[in-house]
Design a binder for this molecule. Structure first.
Ligand code: XMP
Length: 510
């Protein structure tokens, strides 16, 4: 299998570059430039390299650099943005702050003759985001594209198969970006497009069957996409040697527990133990109002339940986890891991006596995980479901959590989701749900005055959940949801729609 190295210099689009390459069915992996050397690149047998963008200036001594021997490895290289400048600099060219200042956004570029631009019009739109520019080309290079603000918008040393582009071909605003990446992969590097999820699923099943032979494996199944696909894959590999524990903490959405059991256990035949721990969790959450304390309690209790179940199952040696590629890259980068720390239910303790961890999806992006899930026969509604936080409804009920409040929220949330799903929207919001606030307000029903709770509806569109836009849902849809919630759910006298984006708000209310 051909592998492309995405050598990361700290650019915000590094993952996007790798995803774009993989969508051409070529395997790409991201490595931080600080963790790689020319020797390592040779050893690892890459077909080609992409230098990513980065926030720095090549002249800044603190900016990430690389051994210039990388240009002599004989591998095709495509430098993007900072990567383009770094390539020029390593090859002896000069870089300076652009004369016309920063160039940001869509710009018209004129393309010259180059295998990289084969099949694209001589003028088209590119996406720019830079302050420095290549001023003097290195020896052996020629300029192959320009914009008004950037004379060397692209360069090439065709003999050595070294290419640089100042703009971002991975961003869809660059009209022919996809074609440019394809030209690099297939025309220039000669990569073979053999990375398919069908092959991945088949190979992974065989590989894990061999690795786990004779071992007992335990997985905490949340019902989310990652753990469900992990379960389906390992079930194919080792059948009943995999045991999954599905903890029902009483904070799940309406019918969620039954749905997960019916898909995973009844349809796919996965060995799943459903633990009804509702009383335990609600008991420990009694009187607690602080969101972080709620998360902590749920995390701790989850680990306890999981440990007890592991013991009952004779303490399996192997822990399976639904780790996926962005988790791997982000924890390698350090900073991003911190943002996510509260996002995983407590994590599992290191001293549970597992001798091995199985993470069959650790090389896959989310869209690839979903595709593998479909290939393994998991129904679309589970594979394409929106994310749901580990602490569940606990982060959607302000104030104290009670079973009654959970029931009210479950009903309101189910109505809102149903209305959204049947509204025939072009694209569903990335996440949509109801929140039960502890704000009470006066209402009127028939001739009676009521004093009920307020439900807030939230729907957002986002690619990465780091930032999110509130969804501009049609008023008619909101009206239907509001009408049904106030009519069908006891105790709700008011429904509001949350029109805050992230930042400054977060997606969840708590
Ligand atoms: P925020 O609220 O941080 O949410 O903007 C971003 C994404 O993370 C999810 N989220 C959580 N997921 N445990 C989780 O597993 C949590 O404690 C948690 N808090 C937020 C949220 O649903 C959204 O998808």
């Amino acid at each position: 299998m051909d592998k492309i190295l995405v050598l990361d210099f700290g650019g915000q689009y590094s993952q996007l570059i790798a995803r774009r390459i993989r969508s051409e069915h070529v395997y790409a992996e991201i490595k931080s430039s600080g963790d790689m050397s020319c020797e390592k690149i040779k050893e690892d047998g890459y077909k080609a390299i992409i230098f990513t963008g980065g926030p720095n200036s090549v002249y800044d001594p603190a900016s990430p650099h690389f051994d210039k021997g990388v240009l002599e490895l004989g591998l095709p290289i495509l430098g993007i943005c900072y990567g383009h400048q770094l390539m020029a600099w390593l090859a002896g060219g000069t870089i300076e702050p652009s004369k016309q200042g920063s160039e940001y956004g869509r710009t018209e570029a004129v393309f010259g003759d180059s295998p990289l631009f084969e099949g694209i019009p001589s003028e088209s739109t590119v996406w720019m985001s830079h302050t420095d520019s290549v001023m003097q080309l290195p020896r052996g290079f020629k300029g192959t594209a320009s914009t008004n603000g950037c004379p060397v918008a692209a360069m090439a040393n065709e003999e050595k198969r070294l290419y640089g582009v100042q703009f971002h071909p991975e961003v869809t605003h660059t009209s022919f970006g996809r074609q440019i990446l394809r030209n690099f992969l297939f025309r220039i590097a000669g990569a073979v497009p053999d990375w398919t999820m069908e092959d991945f699923a088949e190979t992974a099943v065989l590989e894990w069957r061999e690795k786990l032979q004779g071992k007992k494996v335990l997985l905490a199944l949340s019902g989310g996409v990652d753990s469900s696909v992990t379960a389906a894959l390992l079930h194919r590999a080792i059948g009943s040697d995999l045991s999954c524990v599905f903890v029902d903490h009483g904070l799940l959405r309406k019918n969620e527990g039954d749905m997960v059991m019916s898909v995973m256990k009844d349809s796919l035949g996965v060995n799943v133990i459903r633990v009804d721990a509702q009383e335990r969790f609600l008991g420990r959450l009694k009187g607690v109002t602080d969101p972080e304390t709620k998360r902590k309690i749920i995390g701790e209790e989850f680990v306890r339940v999981f440990e007890e179940e592991a013991k009952k199952l004779g303490s399996p040696q192997v822990l399976a986890q639904g780790t996926i590629y962005p988790d791997v890259i982000e924890s390698g980068r350090g900073a991003a891991a911190v943002i996510k720390s509260h996002h995983n239910v407590g994590g599992l303790p290191k001293d549970m006596g597992f001798t091995m961890v199985a993470e069959p999806l650790r090389l896959l992006f989310k869209d690839e995980v979903r595709e593998v899930g479909e290939r393994l026969g998991i129904p679309k509604e589970l594979v394409w479901r929106q994310p749901f936080p580990g602490p569940g409804l606990a982060v959607r009920i302000t104030g104290e959590i009670t079973r009654e409040k959970c029931d009210i929220l479950r009903d309101a949330d189910a109505i809102f989701r149903e209305e959204i799903e049947k509204a025939g929207l072009g694209e569903l919001p990335s996440q949509y749900f109801a929140v039960l606030t502890d704000l009470h307000s006066v209402g009127v029903m028939g001739d009676h005055r009521t004093y009920g709770s307020t439900i807030a509806l939230r729907a957002v569109a986002t690619d990465d959940f780091m930032t999110a836009e509130w969804s501009k849902l049609p008023f008619e849809l909101l009206e239907r949801a509001s009408g049904r919630i106030t009519n069908e759910v006891q105790g709700i006298s008011r429904v509001v729609y949350d029109i805050t984006s992230k930042p400054p708000a977060t997606v969840e209310w708590l």
